[in-house]
Design a protein around this ligand. Structure first.
Ligand code: ADP
Ligand code: ZN
Ligand code: ZN
Length: 797
């Protein structure tokens, strides 16, 4: 008997234990590790992943697998072992490690297509494939292109074979027709056709000179009804061809050629090319200011990888980076590039994923989860802007793309490039220690000067009687740019800046009824929204506490800046980029294109405009409030401030026009602001490392954060205490346990939250103990309504 061990996909079953199932004889040769299957589980049929397949002699009584969902494994051996690693490293359950590797479309609930046998004739192509057999071996249909085809035939009722993979993100097909007549037959046929069959005659004549070619029905311009009639007469044949949804359809990418590298770039790329050629794993930190030519190095390294017959993964931080970045990759590598990011529809993502899985592309450019791209022969992994916190996933599995990349590179013996102008402290420290190889690009390409930075003390502005959100310096420069027809980017640090509703008389702040946070005001619908639980309500017009009418929104959101800007500079053409204006698909691209086409003078936005933009006409960058982030209770706040300011300043003067930057702040003396203005990474690193050492934070210590939540505050607190008591004996005296304390946001969605932070250097037992805690509290009955989450190397404390 052949058996399969299967991890079932059941939310309540939080365990890494696989269940064994019998493989029925008809699936013997089909079912392999890495496939998804449907299995009976209690009274239900559920989806699962096959981890392993064995031959057993002694007949155990096992339930049989109902059917496979894939004809080829969706996860190869490497990805399956990566899932093992991820399960241990991030303390997640196996099922989330497996799921994170697949596109959303494939995680959707399985749905069955009804099978039936029909009387209709089988399509000729199908006939050759099936050759009148009732079933075909799965290997023969193993090409998923055929599968889509067969599936369609099932719909016509001719075959008794296949199931659908899922209900969402289905394969898209296109109808194709072919005229089976020869040219002479064609004209003869048209002659003898009934006089009134005008449309059919016209349609047939369309094929003269191109008979026996498959054309899409759309190309032929023939109506569906006419095509049907001609097919019935046997003049035309029809088939369904699988088609990819192309997120870049209709866009032409002018191809470009590699640039001649500068001396500095050559020095940096040489060890990378050596590693690619030799096939050695190793991590390079490519440290260079914005505009120093890192991307060109990525491009030329990838060329080498493709020449070698291998594939490359390129990670970029957020959607904001993708349009322009993708364009550069598409221009260089054309159709060899797939993209994966949250701006794509589920169907588009699924199609891009399949292009990768089928090896139809050589490069993927994508956000965090693209690190799991199912290439089979990876030659290089690049993480651009490696310091970005969005590379850490904040839900299960809580992985960091950098760690996954390095793990995969070890399997494929290929290098990893981490690129940044402002590397994370962890990465730079490793490069200094020699764990990573440090490659530096000292200056901008062609020595274009870095922009001059003017730090404006906003306290001083206030003392001088300027109550505007624009300093005099920034305002004068804005006016000057408008007159000269040059472009400006205005940057608003959104965190701590979202607008909320406050009563001027009693100080009441509109808070979420479910969470301990204030709600954000959304002007266009006059609504309040909680960004933690999604609760929404209409904004009050009188204070619910004291009845005062002096209740209004407060804080400087992008909308408010836009209003004030228009008051002061009515002639300015402004593009606003924030969550409100970029909610729809493709909005990012549209807005950025508009700005690139100089249809606006000012680009105003939040974090999302801070990086990646490369427009020749930007000569001024204004940072409206540099220090909002500094005051967050986050040990990385200085680092984040430094990174953001450096990135934003890098937007100015990228091309021939020199750039200027104005940074408005209430704490002009802070080292992260001063050193960002100087673009002095090295000094910042030294200073910040001292702070981290004193505080006992990374990279000197590792962190693990345990969060417990419950509807009752006491339950959460007592469980947190129990957990601390349980783990303390397993830790060495060097480990520091902080807490338990109430979490900074003490209640989210009506659940009270308590947390405890472990600081440690080397604790060999830690992951095992923590996993035990997790397993204990995820068992039914034991949890008592408690939810425990554990984040190793957390980014949000
Ligand atoms: P980074 O990725 O470090 O920000 P880029 O690779 O985008 O830098 O380079 C900045 C600008 O300089 C781009 O416009 C790019 O086309 C140009 N550039 C890069 N390398 C060269 C080179 N070797 N010769 C000429 N121009 C270059
Ligand atoms: Zn009030
Ligand atoms: Zn809420």
């Amino acid at each position: 008997m052949k058996t399969a061990s299967v991890i079932v996909d059941v939310a309540a079953m939080q365990t890494d234990r696989p269940f064994d199932y019998e493989i029925p004889d008809r699936w013997r040769e089909v079912i392999q590790p890495g496939m998804r299957v449907i299995v009976p589980f209690g009274p239900r049929h559920v989806q699962g992943f096959v981890l392993d397949v064995k031959e057993e002699t002694e007949g155990r009584k096992l339930k049989p697998i109902i059917e496979p969902m894939d004809i080829v494994p969706v996860l190869n051996e490497e990805l399956l072992s990566l899932a093992d690693w991820l399960t241990i490293e991030s303390l997640c359950f196996k099922i989330s490690a497996l799921q994170v590797m697949l596109p959303a479309a494939m995680k959707a609930k399985y749905s069955k297509v009804i099978r039936k046998t029909g009387e209709q004739p089988i399509h000729p192509e199908m006939e050759t494939l099936f050759n009148n057999r009732e079933e075909i071996p799965w290997e023969e249909a193993a090409d998923a292109g055929k599968l889509a085809h067969i599936r369609k035939e099932v719909k016509n009722g001719s075959l008794e074979v296949i199931y659908s993979v899922k209900s969402k993100g289905r394969k898209k097909t296109v109808r194709m027709v072919k005229c089976t007549l020869s040219d002479t037959e064609l004209s003869e046929t048209v002659e003898i056709m009934a006089k009134n069959a005008v449309k059919q005659k016209e349609a047939l004549l369309f094929f003269s000179g191109r008979t026996n070619q498959w054309l899409t029905l759309k190309e032929t311009g023939i109506s569906s009804a006419t095509a049907k009639a001609l097919i019935e007469k046997g003049y035309l044949q029809e088939k369904q061809e699988e088609m990819y949804r192309d997120p870049h359809s209709g866009q032409d990418f002018e191809s470009d050629t590699p640039l001649v590298l500068t001396e500095n770039q050559k020095e940096a790329i040489t060890p990378i090319l050596d590693a690619i050629n030799e096939g050695t794993s190793g991590t390079f930190l490519l440290h260079g200011v914005t505009g120093s030519g890192k991307t060109e190095i990525y491009l030329q390294s990838i060329s080498r990888v493709i020449e070698k017959g291998q594939e490359a993964i390129v990670l970029v931080p957020e959607i904001s980076l993708t349009p322009q970045m993708t364009e550069r990759f598409k221009r260089r590598f054309g159709n060899d590039v797939a993209v994966l990011h949250s701006g794509l529809s589920i169907g588009e993502k699924y199609d891009e994923w399949r292009k990768i899985s089928r090896n139809e592309v050589k490069v993927v450019v994508g956000a965090r989860s693209a690190v799991f791209a199912p290439f089979q022969n990876i030659g290089l992994i690049i993480i651009d802007e490696e310091h970005e916190t969005s590379y850490k996933q904040e839900e299960n599995p809580r992985y960091h793309a950098r760690d996954v990349a390095i793990q995969r590179s070890a399997f494929y013996n290929c290098p990893v490039i981490l690129g940044s102008a402002t590397p994370s402290l962890e990465t730079y420290a490793r490069a200094k220690k020699g764990v990573y190889t440090l490659l530096s690009l000292e200056s901008r390409v062609n020595d274009r000067p870095l922009p001059a930075v003017d730090i404006v003390d906003m306290r001083e502005e206030l003392r001088e009687g300027n109550r505007s959100m624009f300093s005099r310096s920034l305002f004068d420069k804005l006016k000057d740019r408008l007159e000269k027809g040059e472009q400006t980017v205005l940057f608003l640090n959104k965190r701590g800046y979202s607008s909320f509703i406050i009563c001027r008389d009693c100080g009441y702040v509109a808070g979420c009824p479910n969470c301990d946070v204030s709600m954000t005001y959304h002007r266009h619908r006059h609504q309040l929204k909680c960004h933690y639980c999604g609760y929404e309500e209409l904004a009050p017009s009188v204070c619910p506490e004291c009845g005062s009418e002096h209740i209004r929104h407060f804080g400087t959101g992008t909308q408010k800046v836009e209003e004030e800007l228009l008051k002061l500079l009515p002639q300015a053409r402004i593009i606003r980029m924030d969550v409100d204006t970029t909610g729809t698909k493709g909005a990012h691209e549209r807005l950025l294109r508009k700005f690139a086409d100089k249809e606006a003078d000012i680009l105003l936005g939040t974090q999302m405009i801070a990086k990646g933009l490369d427009f020749p006409h930007i000569t001024l960058v204004g940072v409206l409030s540099a220090d909002t982030m500094l005051h967050l209770p986050d040990f990385r706040s200085s680092e984040k401030t430094f990174q953001l300011l450096t990135q934003v300043s890098g937007r100015a003067g990228r091309h021939t026009l020199p750039g200027e930057v104005v940074v408005q702040t209430y704490t002009p003396e802070h080292y992260s602001i001063q050193l960002a203005a100087e673009q002095n990474y090295e000094s910042f690193y030294q200073q910040e490392m001292m702070m981290r050492k004193m505080g006992g934070y990374p990279p000197f210590y590792y962190l693990a954060l345990i969060t417990v939540s419950h509807e009752e505050a006491v339950e959460a607190a007592s469980a947190a205490n129990k957990i601390v008591t349980k783990i303390t004996p397993s830790l060495s005296p060097a480990a520091v346990i902080l807490g338990p304390v109430a979490s900074p946001i003490a209640r989210i969605n009506n659940r009270y939250r308590w947390q405890c932070l472990i600081k440690y250097k080397r604790e060999p037992n830690l992951t095992d103990v923590l996993k035990e805690v997790l397993e204990h509290y995820s068992k039914k009955g034991k949890s008592n309504g408690l939810m425990v989450s554990i984040d190793i190397h957390p980014y949000v404390l």
